[in-house]
Write a protein that binds this ligand. Structure first.
Ligand SMILES: Nc1ncnc2c1ncn2[C@@H]1O[C@H](COP(=O)(O)OP(=O)(O)O)[C@@H](O)[C@H]1O
Ligand SMILES: [Mg+2]
Length: 406
């Protein structure tokens, strides 16, 4: 009898519920099996409740906008929330903390939390997203038993802090860009004074090089000034009314000789009639000139550059903030080598170039597309870039147009 009861309890514990076997005696069932069954049912309910509580906690931590990570004594991330998975590209857990965030300050803070239970705060930059900066708060967490863990809460730094950083990066970049031609100039002057002093042929050659370096500096200063002027005007929207077609024709005409020299067929297609837009003529001129300059500089190998201008009653999604509204679309398309996709999001950053050496060699400043972006920002427009390797690139400027039609 007891054996039977034992088997029954074992079975019930395994399945979570016991079905009364027919052969179990009535009294035995009432006094032992039924209370055991009741206990098992309570246990199952308890399990469900704690699973629900755990899901609730997980949802709660997931709803947190800041990345939160739990690190165990083995310095492995054992838990993290949705914000952390996104910001730090955490795929599967557990993962060594080092693999997601390698930062000496953070390592020290985690050690302090694990070994001494101390709470510390450090600033960190995620390795795969160096443009972002987080303030990390690291504190101790109690695990089951003797184990101690560390909780990391990251808070993205304020825009103010980021702006400060961008400003100092910009000054450093600009100084570096100016110093490069300056260093060449200094070297050339020294050579002219020394070894090339009495060599008329060498003198001519060096003077030509010096002129080229000086011109590079001038372009750089001009672009920097343009950029700062456009940014200064950013708060004041343009007021002039502009007929885009004649302006585009005149800029394209200016580039015609250069295109011919480079063996590039420069085609212009304007879908008239077009509505007038409220825009700053000088800035739009600069915008087109920069796009054309790039198409001829980097895409000349394709032998053809297409410039198009048209009006859309409803701009598509690629028009960014202009999408869904009537817009003027101005595109410059080349059939050159194209741009690898990973560079596209960064092209409009100041001084960003796909191939630094090549841009320098052909006289680029790295500021052209930053100027284009800022002009469009002031006009509440948008720049869209499409490029395919080996097929070419298409840069489209979208400007909101006042009327639904011409
Ligand atoms: N049409 C294009 N085809 C290929 N690469 C381009 C094109 N336009 C721009 N780029 C890339 O984008 C970078 C940034 O352009 P830009 O800001 O105008 O600077 P710059 O022309 O002075 O180098 C260029 O250095 C080049 O690598
Ligand atoms: Mg350029």
């Amino acid at each position: 009898m007891l054996e039977e009861l034992g088997a029954w309890i074992e079975g019930a514990a395994e399945t979570g519920r016991g079905v009364r076997p027919a052969e179990l005696e009535e009294s035995l069932h009432r006094e032992v099996a039924a209370p055991v069954q009741h206990l098992l049912e309570r246990l199952a309910e308890e399990r469900q409740r704690s699973a629900a509580a755990r899901r609730f906690l997980e949802d709660l931590v997931d709803a947190f906008p800041d990345p939160v990570l739990l690190v165990d004594g083995g310095r492995e991330v054992v838990r993290c929330n949705a914000a952390a998975r996104e910001a730090l590209a955490v795929a599967a857990l557990p993962v060594p903390l080092d693999a997601v965030l390698r930062d000496p300050g953070l390592t020290a803070a985690v050690e302090a939390a694990l070994l001494e239970g101390r709470t510390t705060q450090v600033d960190i930059t995620p390795p795969m997203d160096p443009a972002r900066r987080f303030a990390a708060r690291v504190s101790a967490a109690g695990f089951a038993g003797e184990d101690r863990g560390a909780v990391l809460v990251l808070r993205e730094m304020s825009e103010q802090v980021m702006i400060e950083r961008m400003r100092s990066d910009f000054v450093a970049n600009a100084s570096h860009e100016i110093r490069t031609p300056l260093t060449s100039l200094v070297g050339l002057i020294e050579t002219l004074r020394g070894p090339a002093r009495d060599d008329p042929a060498a003198r001519e050659e060096f003077l030509a090089l010096m002129a080229a370096e000086a011109a590079r500096m001038q372009r750089l200063i001009d672009d920097l000034l343009s950029l700062s002027r456009i940014e200064l005007a950013a708060g004041a929207p343009p007021e002039e009314t502009l007929d885009p077609a004649p302006l585009l024709r005149s800029v394209v005409a200016k580039f015609a000789p250069r295109a011919e020299e480079a063996g590039v067929a420069l085609e212009l297609r304007i879908a008239e009639p077009l509505p007038a837009v409220v825009a700053d003529a000088d800035q739009i001129h600069q915008l087109v000139a920069n796009l054309l300059d790039n198409a001829l500089k980097y895409g000349a190998g394709g032998g053809r550059v297409e410039v198009t201008l048209d009006h859309l009653p409803r701009a598509p999604a690629e028009a960014g903030p202009v999408a869904g509204r009537p817009a003027i679309r101005l595109c410059v398309r080349d059939f050159g080598p194209g741009i690898p996709a990973e560079h596209l999001p960064r092209l409009t950053e100041r001084f960003y170039r796909v191939d630094r050496a090549r841009s320098r060699e052909i006289g680029g400043t790295g500021l052209g597309l930053a100027i284009v972006k800022h002009v469009l920002r002031r006009h509440q427009g948008h720049l869209s870039i499409e490029s395919r390797l080996g097929e070419g690139s298409r840069f489209c400027a979208w400007l909101p147009s006042p009327a639904a039609g011409p």
